[in-house]
Write a protein that binds this ligand. Structure first.
Ligand code: SF4
Length: 437
């Protein structure tokens, strides 16, 4: 007789997707921001668009801008299964198959009228704030939007961390641009005078939320991990990586989330998945690369059904790298904004990324590394094979590679991904057994 296999997830609730309280609040916040955008122009407010890595949310709040994050719009459309059509519309307009699919999803959405992912109006931005943190596509993306709408643009050039460290002259260069070009443009477009004390107040809120977020992400060092540091973390990072860093709503969310997760640690519980609590942690993984959004739940399920939990991921740091100590500092507001931008994951060189992953492997006692290589994201994908080999060499733990895409449903092959994952989990098991022998 076969021994019954213990399911990794507690009894499935057939219809309702399981969410913890903070996940529900997260959804409310994100929807509230879309409502804020929808009504901004009627209320006489201006709209700014800016990218997630290196976003200067606190600064934009000083000028009362409603904030739109184009990557978030694209991923929300991906999760709602709308992006496939938008991408094909953009391709018909002449955008190549190789272009980042966030860009094509965004352009396709805009071509269809000013309607955002939630079905609410998404206004044309009054200003594009391009904080350039390592991805060349950012520049081309905003060039296209500027061309289409004639929006005002302001660019913050952030020097690449080629040597793996931030030098004082790099920070000074960014601060100078903030003073001489970015802030005057934001003042002119918004009609609001810059008040540095207002910025300081927002940054105090940012630092509190960052402290709580780090506690949440580092809770995954426990066994079992009370969170999934990739799929679950997507919900946790949403507010702080978008329009809520620096706001009281953001601070409240992270305090509540932290309390909820600390309670799970005390009770020795595993992470909440869409099918309920994960009860049998078998594999602890580090993941590099963004997730696929069009089949997000199916993708996650391939992990939790096998008892695999992601204990840390680089993607959960894409809008700010806080777990190695950086906090927004209200005593040095502009310098701190500069350091935040310089320290973004997309602005790190390959050796720094390898070091970071190796630290995660050790600190989170991971069994291995999994790389989700995204077809259209060169910023993440370039050098990933090198990362894989180097991490394997340095840690002696198995690493594997899967390929999907962000929001293009044509590039998510469920059968292929599942096959690869199953073989990888077998490999992890064998390696663990061999090491224990
Ligand atoms: S290439 Fe990657 S980092 Fe750049 S915009 Fe697209 S998804 Fe973002």
């Amino acid at each position: 007789m076969n021994t019954p296999v213990k399911p990794a997830v507690a009894a499935k609730k057939p219809q309702n997707v399981q969410k913890d309280d903070a996940m529900s609040l997260q959804k409310e916040l994100i929807n509230a921001n879309y409502m804020d955008l929808a009504t901004a122009h009627q209320q006489g407010r201006k709209v700014a668009a800016t990218f997630v890595p290196g976003n200067l949310n606190e600064l934009l709040m000083c000028f009362d801008f409603a904030r739109s994050l184009p990557e978030t719009n694209a991923l929300q459309n991906g999760m709602r299964k709308k992006s496939g059509k938008f991408i094909m519309d953009a391709e018909r307009e002449g955008h190549s198959e190789d272009v980042c699919t966030y860009v094509k999803s965004d352009l396709g959405m805009m071509a269809g009228g000013e309607i955002g992912p939630t079905g609410d109006p998404l206004p044309t931005p009054d200003v594009l704030l391009l904080s350039y943190t390592g991805c060349f596509t950012f520049m081309k993306w905003f060039e296209l939007i500027r061309h289409k709408y004639g929006c005002e643009t302001t660019m913050l050039h952030v020097p690449y961390q080629g040597e793996g460290r931030i030098e004082p002259n790099m920070r000074d260069y960014v601060v100078r641009q903030l003073k001489e070009s970015v802030i005057p443009t934001l003042e002119r477009v918004s009609g609001v005078k810059f008040d540095i004390d207002r910025l300081r107040e927002y940054m105090k809120e940012s630092a509190k939320a960052e402290e709580d977020l780090v506690a949440v992400l580092q809770s995954a060092k426990n066994r079992p991990s009370p969170i999934d540091g990739y799929f679950g973390a997507v919900y946790y990072i949403g507010p702080i990586f978008t329009a809520f860093r620096g706001s009281k709503d953001g601070t409240k969310f992270y305090r509540m989330l932290r309390e909820e997760i600390e309670q799970r640690v005390r009770e020795g519980k595993g992470p909440i998945t869409p099918d309920g609590e994960m009860t049998d942690e078998k594999y602890r993984l580090i993941v590099e690369g963004p997730p696929n959004w069009t089949s997000f739940r199916d993708f996650w399920k391939m992990f939790y059904e096998e008892g695999a939990v992601v204990v840390a991921s680089t993607y959960a740091k894409v809008g700010g790298l806080y777990d190695f100590g950086f906090r927004h500092n209200p005593d040095k507001p502009l310098e701190s904004l500069a350091e935040y931008c310089l320290g973004c994951y997309t602005n790190l060189n390959l050796p720094s990324r390898v070091d970071m992953i190796c630290r995660y492997m050790e600190q989170y006692e991971a069994d291995g590394l999994l790389i989700n290589s995204i077809k259209s994201c060169n910023s993440f994908s370039a050098g990933q094979l090198l990362i894989l080999r180097e991490v394997e060499k340095r840690t002696g733990k198995p690493a594997a590679f899967i390929e999907t895409d962000l929001v293009d449903p044509r590039y998510f092959s469920a059968a292929n991904v599942k096959n690869r994952l199953e073989s990888y989990f077998q490999m992890v098991k064998q390696k663990r057994t061999a090491l224990a022998a």
